[in-house]
Write a protein that binds this ligand. Structure first.
Ligand SMILES: Nc1ncnc2c1ncn2[C@@H]1O[C@H](COP(=O)(O)OP(=O)(O)OP(=O)(O)O)[C@@H](O)[C@H]1O
Ligand SMILES: [Mg+2]
Length: 305
């Protein structure tokens, strides 16, 4: 797999305080990679370094095979970026906004405006003033601006910020279309539910440090645990805790959470039934990112929604 973006022992300090602390992760071609962390975790600082806007204190960011700090003018024309809210002109139409950005960039064919408007699903509203656009439409127009130079890598800082659930679904569909065209997408967020819906893999950072990198599906899979609804779960729990595989059994919402002797639900049912405990229901447990995040970062701590 081709690496499109990688941080190498990346550090950035403001004064003596580290904002980004020995960060290491890699983004492969064709994935939607989520960069997740609470407010102040160091996401925007990392993105600014990835775009050569600020210099690392130490370490480096590899973008499209190059050290971006040393090869900015070579690398940046192949990257599209949206940092925080896009700076759009409210009194101009969507198309006129794109036109304005295109003329600053230079070398953008007029047909490219039609292409990006189509891609972000704004073609029917391109003549309307941006002031009349919804939040989701403005964010998508911001993405359209980032797409003008037909970049291989798209870096979006909190593109789903302020979007309602329908807006998030539209953003997800848009990013999927881009990946289908062979692009790579790097998106930051401090909202777990967004990343869960949008991304293939995610890096979680906290206080400038990497907590974990994993496929979203892997993070969410329940680590082989089952939720069991039954009468007298406390008695069953006492029994399970005496087994090697059930040592973590615990009470939960009037039922029980436990592993199974084999990893399969039916063997858990048999084990319990043979001892006189008949489960009313057994379901494989799905964790959500919120739980995982709190577990990984060691508890509720500032700004996690
Ligand atoms: N120019 C600066 N001068 C001093 N400190 C800064 C500067 N920029 C960022 N910081 C600090 O670096 C840390 C990381 O900030 P950063 O903006 O990268 O976080 P973030 O993950 O993007 O947060 P948010 O979710 O709020 O956007 C914070 O403690 C912030 O106060
Ligand atoms: Mg930020």
């Amino acid at each position: 797999m081709t690496t499109i973006l990688a941080t190498h022992d990346l550090c950035k300090s403001y004064g003596t305080r580290p904002a980004v602390d020995h960060l290491e992760f890699e983004v492969s071609q064709g994935e939607i990679f989520g960069f997740l962390g609470p407010n102040g975790a160091g996401k925007t600082t990392t993105i600014r370094m990835a775009l050569g806007l600020i210099r690392p204190t130490s370490g480096w960011v590899e973008v499209l095979g190059r050290d971006v700090a040393r090869h900015r003018s070579e690398v940046l024309p192949r990257v599209g970026a949206l940092i925080e809210a896009p700076a759009l002109y409210a009194y101009m139409s969507g198309r006129a906004n794109l036109q304005a950005f295109a003329s600053v960039l230079g070398g953008v064919a007029p047909s490219r405006l039609d292409e990006v408007l189509e891609l972000v699903d704004l073609a029917p509203r391109q003549g309307d003033r941006v002031g009349t656009y919804s939040m989701g439409m403005k964010q998508r127009l911001g993405v359209a601006v980032a797409l003008l130079n037909d970049p291989e890598l798209l870096i979006l800082d909190e593109p789903a910020n302020g979007l309602d659930p329908a807006g998030i679904v539209e953003m997800r569909d848009l990013l999927r279309r881009l990946v289908d065209q062979g692009k790579t997408v790097f998106v930051s967020s401090h909202v777990l539910a967004e990343v869960q819906q949008i991304c293939d893999r995610v890096a979680i950072i906290h206080r400038g440090r990497l907590v974990t990198v994993a496929p979203v599906a892997e993070l969410l899979s329940g680590r082989g645990e089952f939720e069991v609804g039954m009468e007298d779960p406390a008695a069953a729990m006492a029994l399970l805790r005496n087994t090697t595989w059930g040592a973590d059994a615990r009470l939960h919402r009037g039922g029980l959470i436990t592993r199974s002797p084999s990893g399969r639900g039916r063997d858990l049912v048999r084990f319990l039934a043979e001892r006189g405990f008949w489960p009313d229901r057994v379901t494989e447990r799905q964790q959500n990112l919120e739980e995982i995040f709190l577990h990984l970062t060691g508890g509720a701590d500032g700004g996690v929604r």
